[in-house]
Design a protein. Structure first.
Length: 169
């Protein structure tokens, strides 16, 4: 299905939901799979992920399924099998936080037998995610990277303190 076919389907639809979040979700799903000009196409359509015929051709079909499967405006569409297609037996609605945990880019840390993504550990210990990732990149152990306090001095103060100590020695 090319872009013009998608448009033809859309403008003929008389469901009254063109401005709804669910309608935008439906549109975005189709665009990710069938529009090669879209940045995310490489993660969907280029990988062979498609939308089942019933949903591709009918917002009403998608909307009925969504309503029967717990859709609300605070949830996002998720594919259960990340390599599978958009179809009723492979989709569900989850919270945005749950969705972040499921991405292929998420980095997990296990500390004392508890497994969480980096941003969750950072939030729990009150440090910035970027600080935690930087520590791990420099070879810190997972437990030290998460639990050691952040240095209280900024880089400039530390530099001047070290320079001052060298002069006075």
């Amino acid at each position: 299905m090319n872009r013009s076919e998608i448009r033809k389907t859309d403008w003929r639809t008389k469901h009254g939901h063109a401005n709804s979040r669910l309608y935008q979700t439906w549109q975005d799903m189709k665009q990710r799979c069938y529009n090669p000009k879209l940045r995310n196409y490489k993660h969907y359509g280029e990988r062979g992920i498609s939308v089942c015929i019933e949903w591709r051709n009918s917002f009403e079909e998608f909307s009925n399924w969504a309503t029967q499967n717990g859709y609300n405006d605070h949830l996002v569409l998720d594919r259960i099998n990340n390599d599978g297609n958009y179809q009723p037996d492979n989709c569900q609605f989850i919270t945005p936080d749950e969705n972040k945990r499921k991405t292929r880019k998420s980095r997990y840390l296990t500390i004392n037998g508890v497994c969480k993504i980096v941003s969750e550990w950072a939030r729990e210990y009150g440090i910035k995610k970027e600080v935690l990732l930087g520590r791990l990149k420099r070879g810190w152990t997972e437990i030290d990277a998460v639990t050691r306090p952040v240095n209280k001095y900024c880089k400039t103060e530390r530099y001047y303190q070290q320079k001052h100590l060298k002069i006075n020695k």
